[in-house]
Structures are given as structure tokens and as C-alpha cells.
Unconditional design. Structure first.
Length: 269
């Protein structure tokens, strides 16, 4: 682990985060402190570059549900992507859905489309949508480029449910709290459900992603700070109400490994 630190520092990988300090946590390096705006934008660009380079591989991994089993889930019933998707479907009050940051291949837009949902997907990168159009031409006209750090083009209350999975890790906290979350909630109709999944913690998390053999950095968020914004904009956390034991603020660890938080919140009627 020390060698890894040395390598990073020698290569000057963090000159844009001068106020951050490094701490090792298992295979994950966590940087704590305050990022500066320029560093944050640079990280966003680096991460988008990752999807430009590895879009096809990403689509392959998610479509085969390769990294989709969750480790150490809380609750234990949250075993993977499919369980989460079924829970989301059971909570949605209608069929109109948006996948915000749908990713290379837009797997969930495709899956829900085949299950009879009226889906839209947006992503920052046209290349990610091109991969989706190659794999699933039938959803090509349901996908469009949008930057979630800007206002969305959809009118208020356009959707019954909105998913935003593993995306805000690429957007700075100021924009997530001031633009992304308020916009995702604005486009939800009354009683609509938001599913939000993000990497859990504080500061920036850096990890060697074994699937691509590259070092990646992500903005981490605590459930408290994200829930506070969601509640401020008129949504309430959906608790555990059924026999499946799912609900409330849930956690799991992915293959990298990084800890994720996921919850569902309902917009007031
Ligand atoms: C880890 S992938 C998640 C994809 C998908 N939601 C999933 O769960 O498989 C992150 C996605 O967020 C997209 N993204 C990053 N920043 C974005 C932004 N500002 N606006 C829209 N999409 C963004 C990336 O292009 C990438 O496709």
C-alpha cells in the first residue's frame, strides 16, 4: 500500500488537491479535506475520459451483471442490482421513468423498456449512448445527451420515477446539491420515486479499479448530506415496509472495493 502512495505522489497525481491528506483503508485510498474547484473539474474530466476509453467494456460488464452482486449488504437482502431494480419497480407509481446518467449501453433503460416501462435515459457522453444504440437499437430514440450539472430540458413532473446510480460521484458537491438533485426532483411527479446510489464517505476516494487496471478517483458523499437536500426539496425517505426487508438507507460494497449507499425517496403528493 505504501508503494502505491509513493507511486502516486512521485507522479504528482494529486497536485490539484493541495489541501487534501491521504489515508489508506484496505485497498481504497481516501483523501480527506476540501477539494478546490479546479481539481474537482479536472477529476470530472478524467472520469469522463474513463468512459470514453472503456465504454464498450463497461457495457459488457453491466450487461452480463458481472460486478452486479453486492458484498456485505445492509440489509442482507440487498444482494445485487436485480434485487434493487425489482424493489424500485415495486415502489414506482407509474411507468414513466428516467435513468439519469444511464451509462455506456444504458442497461437499465433497456431492461425496463423490455418490461413495459416508458423509459428515457440521459448521459453526458454521446459515445455512451452510441454503445447503447449499437446494443439495443430499439431504445436509441429514448436516449439523449444531458449534463446533470445543468438544468434538465424536461418539464416539471415528467416522470413517475427517476434513477441516478453511481453518477454524482463524478459531479462536484456544490453542483450536486444546487442543481443535480433539485432538477431530478423537479422532473418527478407528485408521489414519484427517486432512486439515488452513490459512493459513501467524505472527501475524495481513490482506488485501483481491478477491472480496468487503472487508478480512479471519486467524490464521496455521506447519506446525511444527500438526504438533507432531498428532504429540503420535498421528498421523504421510503422505509422498510414489506416482506423483502429492503428500505431506508442501504449500503453495499462493490468489487473494487468501494462502499455505496442507496435509498429511495418519494416526492410529496
Ligand atoms: C458509473 S457510470 C453509471 C452508469 C449507470 N447509471 C449504471 O449504474 O451502470 C457513471 C455515468 O455517469 C455519467 N456522467 C458523469 N458525469 C455526468 C454528468 N455531469 N451528466 C450526465 N452524466 C454524467 C458518465 O458518463 C457515466 O456514463
Amino acid at each position: 500500500m505504501k508503494a502505491e502512495f509513493k507511486w502516486q505522489l512521485e507522479l504528482g497525481r494529486f497536485p490539484l488537491f493541495p489541501t487534501l491528506s491521504l489515508k489508506g483503508e484496505g485497498e481504497t485510498f481516501v483523501l480527506t479535506g476540501t477539494s478546490i474547484a479546479g481539481g474537482s473539474r479536472r477529476m470530472e474530466q478524467d472520469q469522463l475520459e474513463h468512459y470514453r476509453r472503456f465504454g464498450h467494456r463497461y457495457a459488457e460488464v453491466v450487461h452480463d451483471f458481472l460486478g452486479s452482486g453486492y458484498r456485505d449488504p445492509s440489509p442482507p437482502q440487498l444482494t445485487g442490482d436485480e434485487v434493487l431494480l425489482e424493489r424500485f419497480q415495486s415502489l414506482a407509481p407509474g411507468k414513466k421513468g428516467l435513468d439519469a446518467g444511464c451509462g455506456p449501453g444504458a442497461r437499465d433503460v433497456y431492461l425496463l423498456h423490455t418490461r413495459g416501462y416508458d423509459m428515457r435515459g440521459v448521459d453526458a457522453l454521446q459515445g455512451n449512448l452510441d454503445v447503447a444504440a449499437e446494443l439495443h437499437p430499439e431504445i436509441a430514440d429514448r436516449l439523449e445527451v444531458a449534463d446533470l450539472s445543468q438544468p434538465l430540458r424536461f418539464p416539471d413532473a415528467s416522470f413517475d420515477f427517476v434513477a441516478c446510480n453511481a453518477v454524482i460521484q463524478h459531479i462536484s458537491p456544490e453542483l450536486v446539491k444546487g442543481v443535480t438533485l433539485p432538477e431530478l426532483i423537479r422532473v418527478l411527479g407528485p408521489g414519484g420515486v427517486l432512486q439515488l446510489m452513490f459512493k459513501s464517505g467524505s472527501g475524495i476516494g481513490t482506488v485501483l479499479d481491478p477491472d480496468y487496471d487503472v487508478q480512479r478517483s471519486f467524490q464521496l458523499y455521506t447519506e446525511h448530506e444527500i438526504l438533507a437536500v432531498v428532504e429540503q426539496h420535498g421528498c421523504s425517505l421510503i422505509g422498510a415496509d414489506g416482506e423483502d426487508g429492503l428500505g431506508g438507507v442501504m449500503f453495499f460494497t462493490d468489487y473494487k472495493p468501494m462502499r455505496h449507499c442507496v435509498f429511495h425517496a418519494r416526492k410529496a403528493q
